[in-house]
Design a protein around this ligand. Structure first.
Ligand SMILES: Cc1cc2nc3c(=O)[nH]c(=O)nc-3n(C[C@H](O)[C@H](O)[C@H](O)COP(=O)(O)OP(=O)(O)OC[C@H]3O[C@@H](n4cnc5c(N)ncnc54)[C@H](O)[C@@H]3O)c2cc1C
Length: 315
């Protein structure tokens, strides 16, 4: 644990007013259901708790990592040498009578969609069926059906690497396909205002149902342990973005498994934890898939799922 001062848990309790949990199994906080123990774990339920826990970890030189719902993550079999901070800071409100909604980062996408339906606000229908929090979605510019959350973000508040709460506009995030600046700058996203438009509740609901139906046809059902699409859809030299599954299908990915990890039969871009898979099983299977696609097509697949090595230090 590097240069950790021995009094970190006590100092944390004194400052945050809540105790850290110790030796917490990360598989219980990941939809992949994989991962060993984190040295420390804290679930923040308010912005001050979140900010204080980050600043304290920095002060004590404890590596830390923020998680939302754990739907896009692969934890290490050895867990994490440091502090995992789960962001459960939730809250949604409409801005006056405008078609604008403010959401705190730990808000579930599911709740954001339901709120939009209740208020007759349209735009987020494409998010239906994407599990996780607003924070996780903004981090990776989550999307589906050609839409992504970044398009709707108007302004936001972040905690900068220097520890300041800063207001920023959409441009700051440099949103691209499954990308925002958050990964590069290590900012923590705290909240955002999203611009939607007014619509008819019944029509919004109907579009959501339609999207959920489309997803049902090839996505694994909720009870399957996975972290969504494993690879990003690559861009070919001619500029076309092609589904990773197109290449994976052609290299017979669906027949592959390593240990307890297997490629989902209904969609070749999902690696699933079929039977007590280890993170190593998943990583080896992913390498095998990448190798086959590279060899046959000269295309380099890039992981969409984020692997957190046990010994990572906070950048
Ligand atoms: C069955 C299934 C289907 C899916 N379908 C889709 C899909 O159609 N489209 C899509 O885009 N994704 C999809 N995903 C992936 C996943 O749902 C999204 O990436 C989602 O946004 C993850 O949110 P989360 O809260 O679980 O983030 P986590 O997995 O907990 O974290 C993901 C990353 O976000 C960072 N992060 C989280 N909160 C913050 C914050 N407040 N500030 C800074 N960084 C933060 C974490 O550090 C981590 O690096 C799917 C996943 C599953 C399991």
């Amino acid at each position: 644990m590097g240069e950790k001062k021995p009094d970190f848990p006590e100092h944390f309790l004194d400052n945050v007013g809540k105790a850290l949990k110790k030796s917490v199994l990360l598989r219980d906080h990941s939809n992949f259901r994989i991962g060993g123990k984190a040295d420390y774990f804290f679930e923040a339920t308010s912005i001050p708790e979140l900010v204080k826990s980050i600043l304290l970890a920095r002060e004590h030189s404890i590596p830390y990592f923020i998680i939302g719902g754990g739907y896009n993550l692969l934890f290490d079999d050895d867990g994490f040498r440091g502090l995992i901070i789960k962001n459960s800071v939730k809250g949604i409100k409409q801005i006056g009578e405008k078609a604008e909604v403010e959401a705190l980062a730990g808000t579930l996408l599911r709740d954001l969609i339901q709120f939009s339906i209740n208020k007759g606000l349209s735009g987020f229908e494409f998010l239906a069926g994407i599990p996780g929090t607003v924070g996780g979605a903004v981090f990776s510019n989550a999307g589906a059906f050609g839409n992504s959350i970044g398009k709707f973000l108007k302004d936001a508040e972040i905690l900068s690497k220097e520890g300041n709460r800063v207001k920023v506009k959409r441009d700051y995030f440099e949103f691209r396909y499954r990308h925002s600046v958050l990964s590069k700058k290590c900012d923590v996203f705290l909240r955002a205002v999203f611009e939607l438009h007014k619509g008819e509740k019944e029509e919004i609901k109907a579009r959501i149902e339609e999207n959920l139906e489309k997803r049902k046809s090839n996505h694994p059902p909720e009870e399957v342990a996975c972290a969504g699409s494993y690879f990003k859809n690559p861009v070919l030299p001619d500029g076309r973005r092609v589904p990773a599954a197109y290449f994976l299908d052609k290299v017979e990915a669906k027949d592959l498994r390593i240990g307890g990890a297997a490629v989902y039969g209904g969609h070749a871009n999902f690696i699933i934890n079929e039977e007590k898979a280890s993170a190593q099983d998943v990583l080896r299977l992913a390498q095998e898939l990448k190798g086959r696609v590279r060899e046959r097509f000269g295309v380099e697949l890039e992981e969409e799922v984020i692997f957190l090595p046990a010994g990572s230090s906070t950048p």
